[in-house]
Structure formats: structure tokens, C-alpha cells
Design a protein around this ligand. Structure first.
Ligand code: NDP
Length: 226
């Protein structure tokens, strides 16, 4: 039976990932900055849902959460993320906001991956998936939301390195663009709903093996541009 840990399960794509993983009969560890209470889904009352409370940038809290779990984890999805500060152009940057964006979107996925590595090592088919964004692609010379773009470009590099380092011990790592998704972050005009995105992400998670490690995918399974 599959056990999955997803960060940021109180809303958006993370909540949908948790709901759909529970529907598959998986055991779900879902993290949020405060206790998860979703009145629609009742995931917090589901017997296979386990709440973990930590801010992904609080490494001590992340390590404490990891210490509180003894069972193996098969799939880790680094989902929690922020869009960054209001002022984030190269000509007018909120540098504290930029640093916070890097802390949440780039550093935290690595910190969470490191903290839960012992649990992943005990799985028969361990996988780490990090939700990145096509906005981090170096193939497009766009300059809006540069803090967010830089944080996602950087997390791709970090996760590519992690994939190389974990391949010898059998842990597969992939990066994902979830689509332009109707969430608080994506807005009401986005292309797809969170359920469609989560469905695609879980399919990729289920099919991820060492043969596909280190790759950057779109939510529909196609290759994303670096
Ligand atoms: P939302 O804004 O709807 O949700 C973001 C989630 O991240 C929330 O659960 C939030 O928790 C959590 N989070 C943010 N900061 C922290 C933190 N410091 N510690 C713990 N949790 C935190 O975003 P989406 O669901 O749309 O996005 C999910 C992922 O997908 C992100 O990584 C995002 O960059 C990526 N993405 C989204 C796209 C879209 O179109 N929506 C497009 C491309 C990528 P809280 O409620 O406490 O703030």
C-alpha cells in the first residue's frame, strides 16, 4: 500500500492531491502551516489522513515532523509554494520578498527532501516530485514575476542535482509543471481545475521510476522545456 507525503494540503493543488490520493486508498501525510480543516472534503477526518503542522521554511519543525513518523514514505510531493512579493521586477525588486520566495520555493523542497530521506530509503519504490513551473523555464525570455521565475528555475537545478545524487540509492526525482491551474495562485481565468492537475500529477508519480529520474514534466506527462 502506498504512503504519500504532500506539503501544502490545506488548499489548491495540494488539497486535491490529498483528496485523490485518499480516494486511491493511499495513506496520506499532509502538511500545512496550521491544522488542516477542509469542511468540503473532510480529509482531516479520513482515517488514512495524517496532519503534519510545519512551515516548510522552519527546518527545525520540518525535522521534528519527520521524527514523528516511523513508517516508510513511498512518494514525497513538494507542493507548497508562493508567488512572491508585489514588487518583483528587475528594475524594482522587494529583496526581502525575493529571499522569502527562494526560501519557500527553492530551499524548502530540498530541506523537506533531506528530512524525509530516511523514510524514503525504507520504501521499495521511493519517489520525490517537486512542483515547479514553466515560469522557471530558461527557454522563455519573460521578465515579469522574476523572483518567482528565478525560484522555480533554481529549484529545477537543485532537484536535477538531487536526482543525480539519489539515483545510486534507487530514489527517483522529478520536477513538474502542474499547468495553469484555477487556485488562489493561478486565479479564476486559469486553464484547468485543480482536480485535473492533481490527477495528472499522481499519474506521473505512479509511473516515475529511475528510468525517468531527473526529468521535468508537464502535468499531462509530456516533457516540459527547461
Ligand atoms: P496556492 O496558493 O493555492 O496554495 C499554496 C500552498 O502552499 C498553500 O497550501 C500554502 O499554505 C502553502 N504554503 C505556502 N507557503 C508555505 C510555507 N512557508 N510553509 C508551508 N506551506 C506553505 O497555490 P497552488 O495550489 O496553485 O500551487 C501549488 C504549487 O504549484 C506551488 O508550488 C506553485 O508554485 C505551483 N504552480 C502553480 C500554478 C498555478 O497555476 N496555480 C502554476 C505553476 C506552478 P497557506 O495556506 O498556509 O499559505
Amino acid at each position: 500500500m502506498t504512503t504519500i507525503l504532500i506539503t501544502g494540503t490545506n488548499r489548491g493543488i495540494g488539497l486535491e492531491l490529498a483528496k485523490q490520493a485518499l480516494a486511491k486508498g493511499w495513506t496520506v501525510y499532509g502538511s500545512a502551516r496550521s491544522e488542516v480543516t477542509d469542511p468540503d472534503a473532510h480529509i482531516c477526518e479520513h482515517p488514512k489522513f495524517h496532519d503534519l503542522v510545519f512551515d516548510v521554511t522552519d527546518y527545525e519543525a520540518v525535522r521534528a515532523a519527520a521524527s514523528s513518523i516511523s513508517e516508510p514514505i513511498d512518494i514525497l510531493i513538494n507542493n507548497a509554494g508562493i508567488i512572491g512579493p508585489d514588487r518583483q521586477s528587475t528594475l524594482d525588486m522587494d529583496f526581502d520578498g525575493f529571499a522569502q520566495t527562494i526560501a519557500v520555493n527553492t530551499l524548502a523542497p530540498l530541506a523537506v527532501s533531506q528530512a524525509f530521506l530516511p523514510h524514503l530509503r525504507r520504501s521499495a519504490a521511493p519517489r520525490i516530485l517537486t512542483i515547479s513551473s514553466s515560469m522557471g523555464s530558461l527557454s522563455y525570455a519573460k521578465s515579469d514575476r522574476i523572483a518567482y521565475r528565478a525560484s522555480k528555475a533554481a529549484v529545477n537545478k537543485v532537484m536535477q542535482g538531487l536526482a543525480t545524487d539519489l539515483e545510486p540509492i534507487g530514489i527517483a526525482v522529478a520536477m513538474l509543471h502542474p499547468g495553469w491551474v484555477r487556485t488562489d495562485m493561478g486565479g479564476a481565468e486559469a486553464d484547468i481545475d485543480a482536480g485535473t492537475s492533481a490527477n495528472g500529477i499522481l499519474k506521473i508519480a505512479e509511473g516515475l521510476t529511475l528510468k525517468r529520474t531527473g526529468r521535468f514534466f508537464n502535468w499531462d506527462g509530456s516533457s516540459a522545456a527547461w
